[in-house]
Design a binder for this molecule. Structure first.
Ligand SMILES: C[S@@+](CC[C@H](N)C(=O)[O-])C[C@H]1O[C@@H](n2cnc3c(N)ncnc32)[C@H](O)[C@@H]1O
Length: 181
């Protein structure tokens, strides 16, 4: 089955080929796979993950503080705020029930067991993607997938930070990066 067309109506920056890559990649994970998204916004990519694995018994964990506090602490202004109520409403419309962790990436990493995640998609604070990679790497199962968006990015050095850690990283469609770890 192809990507649920309703997903394309959810606000966000992920283009159709990128959403299809997420869906097809998640579909190849084991039935009980655990997928984490850092930075869920209104749920555009989350929904593609949910379509690919929730019906098979897998788990999708959507990590987002759904506020500007963490960005403000770092002296950054967000243009990308989506409120938790909106996210929940979008998921309810599609009949998806991801696990929602309303917190920052680093807080979420701190409460996650080592070697417990099958795939992570990093799309949170782009100016320090390296921080997210470093915090989550030990949480990944051997052979699992680390991936993310904005490679290359519009302004932040996502490409440089990813390449520093994964010189042989693969480029997915458009602005997707991914690697097995
Ligand atoms: C570019 S948007 C994500 C877009 C989303 N993946 C999609 O498919 O539409 C970035 C998101 O990161 C969230 N965010 C900001 N700081 C964060 C942090 N420290 N940890 C996790 N998410 C964060 C923002 O609230 C925002 O919703």
């Amino acid at each position: 089955m192809g990507l649920d067309k309703r997903i394309l109506t959810i606000p966000g920056w992920m283009d159709r080929p990128e959403l299809k890559w997420i869906l097809y990649t998640v579909e190849k994970l084991p039935d009980d796979g655990v997928v984490v998204e850092l930075g869920s916004y209104c749920g555009r990519a989350t929904a593609a993950m949910c379509q690919g694995i929730l019906g098979r018994g897998g788990t999708v964990i959507a990590v987002d503080p759904f506020d500007d506090a963490d960005m403000a602490r770092r002296g950054l202004k967000s243009k990308t705020k989506c409120m938790l109520d909106t996210f929940k409403q979008v998921m309810a419309t599609l009949d998806f029930s991801p696990t929602i962790w309303q917190m920052t990436s680093l807080e979420a990493a701190a409460q996650t067991e080592d070697q417990s995640i099958d795939m992570i998609f990093i799309d949170a604070i782009h100016y320090d993607v390296g921080e997210d990679i470093d915090a989550w790497r030990s949480k990944m199962k051997p052979g699992s997938i680390m991936s993310g968006h904005d490679f290359p990015g519009p302004s932040f050095d996502v490409e440089g930070q990813v390449l520093k850690r994964f010189p042989n990283v693969s480029q997915g469609p458009m602005k997707i990066w991914y690697t097995n770890v």
